[in-house]
Design a protein around this ligand. Structure first.
Ligand code: AGP
Length: 607
């Protein structure tokens, strides 16, 4: 996600801001900038690429300003570029922003009608002009009025030449903290940015607006009433702070999944109308009925997401789907044409085999789209249409939040395509969308099982082999669970269709083999329950993931992990989060490098 730093005090603001932004580099970004209030005039410096480029621009730092705001951008609206880098300005004021403004296009056209000129494609520049349009002498009131017009998420910091003695900050759905110093105040999207200056923090709450001055602050709640917020003493060391107190980025990212899913679905559906919409989908929409099949191509965890998508698209959009591993797809004699919709799934947007596959499909006349987590990445740029997962940077090599946001995007896309092909009705659409809206809460409940799963992991961290079984939509989760375990704990693990047990793997079952069985309430529940019996009959060890309240397997398994009920198609989310937590604890208990496992890279840009 983007990084925000604000400073008002007696130190050189340029130095404080750049140092603070450097502490947020781990979050991933594609451009950076600062705005300084120098003798009542705002100066802005922005650069594309790494922070060192901004530092070089400031090298003969002639600025003596003691007030300013800074930003590292992780692109969501508009590609990485100088024009799109923050801070964004309107006359006499400047803004930095984290989050997603869903109604930015309608606000933008309203502001253009008022005569405002835009330099960027970003939603943030809209906020800058909106605040300007609402300014009538009080910056805080202009910000308050503006956020009342905004639909979406924001963490904002604003400075103005009209009120040079203050910084106005505000938050909704995007974190923002106040750092309280000696005769100086800080604002930050994340504690690490200013931890070297203070350990006293206030965590703004939803709808809060604050005024920061050199030696004081005021906070106002969503109704504009002055309020006090608790000051928290943070004793993290800087490394812990980067992980927000978690032991590893992977653990943090497992816990970020409810928020990542909220950010990914935000602005892409209407529950009351039971519709789904995507920007830039004209080509896909115009051919929706002409497509006679979809070919999904990906690698690793993204390929597992593709296998789940096959269930969704065939059931909901009534279209045949093939799912291929990119390194296999690209070397086959392919039968694809302009009636094929090619769909690339990729977190990084740079996986070499997936990119090559997309280029082949494009050359053969297919419409190519992608689901990707990195704006402006190669695969995104070469796609006719892109659905961006707004998971934020995924630092841990083992993919977690990227996977679940891919899958929820695929479900939204299935609903979208089903409606465009005229094969999905309102009630069915509503049923899926209702379950999607409840999904973050479902995952939160699974996260509460962390300690129970840790206790189970303690028994099995030293085993040599593991078998994961799942059926139907949970078979890809068995594959994903096995991949997670092997890639971070180096324990050999295989994912298998539960129905395939008798065709070979059952020979492996004995008292030394733990078997993870994904057995939520579903149309294939009885079948999977009988697979559990088969494993137990051969003294195998069973860790069963079941729907809470299900007594069917009680007493028949060595361990039971209960997950919340949800519709069958969405059971993959709670089941996969269980396997993520389990593999994380095994690796952590083994003292391994969870975030950077041996031999692995976060993005495989070579073939
Ligand atoms: C999964 O945990 C791995 N990091 C790996 O399998 C990854 O999913 C694969 O390399 C594909 O990467 P992409 O999604 O960036 O294309």
């Amino acid at each position: 996600m983007c990084g925000i730093v604000g400073y008002i005090g007696s130190k050189n603001a340029s130095a404080v801001l750049v140092e603070g932004l450097s502490k947020l580099e781990y979050r991933g970004y594609d451009s950076a900038g600062i705005a300084l209030l120098e003798k009542g005039v705002i100066h802005t410096e922005r650069s594309v690429g790494k922070l060192v480029n901004l530092r070089n621009m400031l090298i003969d730092n002639k600025f003596t300003a003691t007030t300013g705001i800074g930003h590292t951008r992780w692109a969501t609206h508009g590609k990485p570029s100088f024009e799109n880098a923050h801070p964004h300005r309107s006359e006499g004021l400047t803004v930095v922003h984290n989050g997603i403004i869903e109604n930015y296009l309608e606000l933008k056209s309203m502001l253009i009608e008022k005569g405002y000129k835009f330099e960027s494609e970003t939603d943030t520049e809209v906020v800058a002009h909106l605040i300007k349009s609402n300014f009538s002498g009080y910056l805080r009131k202009a910000v308050r009025k503006s956020i009342e017009q905004i639909i979406g998420s924001y963490a904002l910091a604003v400075i103005s030449e009209e009120e040079p003695d203050r910084i106005i900050i505000a938050r909704k759905d995007s974190p923002l903290v106040i750092g309280i110093g000696e005769d100086e105040m800080f604002a930050a999207s994340d504690i690490p940015a200013v931890l070297s200056h203070t350990r006293n923090f206030i965590f703004l709450e939803e709808g809060d607006i604050a005024i920061l001055k050199k030696g004081s602050y005021e906070i106002f709640d969503i109704d504009g009433t002055p309020i006090e917020r608790e000051i928290k003493q943070i004793d993290w060391n800087p490394v812990m702070a980067e992980k927000a107190g978690y032991d590893h980025f992977m653990q943090k990212e497992i816990y970020e999944q409810p928020r990542a899913i909220i950010d990914t679905i935000r602005g892409r559906y209407s529950l009351e109308e039971s519709t789904v919409f995507f920007d830039g989908f004209e080509k896909v929409e115009s051919s929706a009925k002409a497509f006679n099949r979809i070919v999904i191509v990906a690698c690793g965890t993204s390929w597992h997401a593709g296998l789940i998508a096959k269930f969704y698209l065939e059931k909901i959009a009534k279209i045949p789907v093939e799912v291929d591993i990119a390194s296999e797809f690209r070397y086959r004699d392919l039968v694809i044409d302009d009636k094929t919709l090619f769909l690339a799934l990729t977190q990084s947007g740079e996986t070499a085999d997936t990119l090559s596959a997309l280029r082949i499909a494009k050359k053969m006349g297919s419409t190519v789209m992608s689901i990707c987590n990195v704006v402006g990445s190669s695969i995104a740029r070469e796609s006719d249409s892109v659905i961006y997962t707004h998971a934020g940077p995924e630092i841990g090599v083992a993919s977690t939040k990227a996977f679940t946001t891919q899958v929820v995007s695929l479900l939204l896309f299935s609903i979208y395509l089903g409606q465009k092909r005229g094969v999905l009705g309102h009630d069915e659409s509503f049923r899926y969308l209702q379950a999607i809206v409840e999904l973050p809460e479902v995952i939160e409940k699974v996260l509460e099982q962390d300690k129970n799963i840790l206790e189970i992991a303690k028994n099995y961290k030293d085993v040599s082999n593991f078998l994961y079984l799942g059926r139907n939509v949970n078979y890809p989760v068995a594959l994903e669970g096995a991949l997670k375990l092997k890639e971070i704990s180096y324990i050999h693990a295989e994912g298998y269709p539960a129905g395939e047990m008798k065709h070979g793997p059952i020979a492996l079952i004995d008292k030394n083999l733990p078997v993870f069985v994904l057995c939520p309430k579903s149309s294939v529940y009885e079948k999977v329950a009988s697979n559990v019996e088969e494993v137990k009959a051969r003294d195998g060890i069973v860790i069963a993931v079941v729907t809470e309240g299900d007594e069917g397997l009680k007493g028949k398994c060595d361990h039971i992990i209960e997950i919340p009920a949800t519709i069958e198609e969405l059971s993959v989310f709670p089941t996969v989060v269980v396997t993520q937590i389990f593999s994380y604890h095994c690796a952590h208990l083994l003292g391994l490098d969870v975030d950077q496992p041996r031999n692995l890279a976060k993005s495989v840009t070579v073939e």
